[in-house]
Design a protein around this ligand. Sequence first.
Ligand SMILES: [Ca+2]
Ligand SMILES: [Ca+2]
Length: 103
Amino acid sequence: MKKAHVLFVALGLALASASPVHAAKVSKSEKAGKRAANRTLSRFDANGDGSLDSAEAQRVRRVYNTIKDLDTDKNGELSDSEIAAAKIEKNAKRKGKGAKRTR
Ligand SMILES: [Ca+2]
Ligand SMILES: [Ca+2]
């Protein structure tokens, strides 16, 4: 599940780049990661000012933590089965809410 892995890494890098720590030398893979992080950053930059304020950063953190929770084997990637399990859980919650509303 390459897209999920890239998103997972990009969210981590977006969080890391929001901190004041910067590496002096940057490898090719780090550059690719930074580009992915910048794309992710722009998605969460709700007011488009080029940076993440605390509310925007909290949203990134919530998404990151959600993905981290879905990564049940903690290998840093979301497998098809982990995504399927999340969908099943989400559908079960929806059906549970729907059942309560009809009563
Ligand atoms: Ca912003
Ligand atoms: Ca996993």
